[in-house]
Design a protein around this ligand. Structure first.
Ligand SMILES: *Cc1c(COP(=O)(O)O)cnc(C)c1O
Length: 372
């Protein structure tokens, strides 16, 4: 029989999908560089870990691990729906916001239809668009912020999805309610606007849009949220989408029967109820932010003021090189080269000690570089 390469069996649409390359894990850096203490400020994880109450709830949930979880995250869904003042049928949970983003493309994006996204922004939008054989339309940011008028100009009869990462990853900037209001007025009804609000809970700016109102107004909108960031459950994998009933019903068609495991559901429910914990997280992030701003200022580094738990910084030298040398010292951050901004890096705000270690190491690298 003739030999056929596995490559030739793939759907042609996915031939130019480039698999996501995650940042190095703590375990990997310990192994490769033979270092005992490694700190990770690379994936915008919560510096305080999960809430202690979530840990307790997850431990208890382990004992029922032999039973399938509630398929529709019933208890959690009730709680989140009431928090946002929406109906339970306007809400769906899945295995992290990432899987929600894939579900949106699976459910709505036909071959050759267009998905608009900012650039630089979260990489998943491009991946899921390509998986479906859609056309990626990247609109450059303006002043490191999503440029909604420029996005509006790129809408065509073939546009199906418009991704708005708000706050934007990697720049930490937001578009305001006034801007989204104006934008939603002019988006034609054949387009679905996806607000990725993975970092919404960190935002203090009162001009941040309350996008849930677009659901009440029956706009074609899907709001994506996650328990990975402020709630500290990135490893448990749970996120959700809110939208008008007709859109959420479609998403239900593409989700597998048990997307969110018991442990994650229990952890998320407990985390939601632990305001003491999220208040503490906000405090640590705010302090860390001020410390890092001051240090960047002292080192003469430009940064973009952030609405999140990470900061995008211009190092005035090759960020890949700096990241590599930081790795040798056991510190993991994200190089901007993955967004074609090679002099930038994205730094997650950590605990005070972690921030101090980062600055000390960074300062030494920058000093070496200016001497040589
Ligand atoms: C972290 C992140 C997500 C992914 O969230 P998960 O729930 O962990 O899958 C989605 N969108 C943005 C912009 C993120 O930064």
């Amino acid at each position: 029989m003739k030999k056929i390469s596995g490559k030739n069996l793939a759907r042609p649409e996915i031939s130019d999908v480039i698999p996501y390359i995650p940042g190095k894990s703590i375990e990997e850096v310990k192994r490769v560089y033979n270092i005992k203490e490694v700190i990770k400020l690379a994936s915008n994880e919560n510096p305080l870990g999960p809430s202690p109450k979530a840990i307790e709830a997850m431990k208890r949930a382990l004992e029922s691990s032999h039973l399938y979880p509630e398929s529709d995250s019933f208890t959690l869904r009730k709680k989140v729906a009431s928090f946002f003042g929406i109906n339970e049928d306007e809400l769906i949970f899945s295995t992290g916001a990432e899987s929600i983003i894939l579900m949106i493309a699976l459910a709505f994006l036909c071959k050759d239809e267009e998905a608009i996204m900012g650039d630089p922004s979260f990489g998943d939008y491009e991946i899921v668009t390509k998986i479906m054989g859609g056309k990626v339309v990247k609109v450059p940011l303006r002043d490191f912020t999503y440029d909604l008028p420029a996005i509006a100009d790129r809408i065509t009869s073939r546009t199906k999805l418009i991704f708005i990462c708000n706050p934007n990853n990697p720049t930490g900037t937001i578009v305001t309610e006034e801007q989204t209001d104006r934008f939603m007025e002019i988006v034609p009804p054949h387009c679905i606007v996806v607000f990725d609000e993975a970092y919404a809970e960190f935002v203090k700016n009162k001009d941040y849009p309350k996008t849930v109102k677009y659901i009440h107004n029956q706009k074609k909108v899907i709001i994506v949220r996650t328990f990975s960031k402020i709630f500290g459950l990135a490893g448990a994998r749970i996120g959700y989408a809110m939208g008008p009933k007709d859109l959420i019903e479609i998403l239900r068609k593409v989700v597998l029967p048990f997307p969110v495991n018991r442990v994650a559901q229990a952890g998320a429910l407990a985390a939601l109820e632990d305001k003491e914990f999220t208040d503490k997280v906000m405090e640590v992030i705010e302090q860390g932010k001020q410390y890092l701003y001051n240090q960047f200022h002292r080192l003469g580094l430009e940064y973009i003021p952030t609405n999140t738990n990470f900061i995008f910084v211009n190092l005035n030298m090759n960020g890949d090189e700096v990241c590599e040398r930081l790795l040798e010292k056991g510190i993991i951050i994200r190089p901007g080269s993955m967004w074609n901004l090679p002099n930038y890096v994205r730094i997650t705000i950590g605990k005070p000690k972690e921030n101090e270690m980062l600055i000390k190491a960074l300062e030494a690298i920058l000093r070496d570089n200016s001497v040589s």
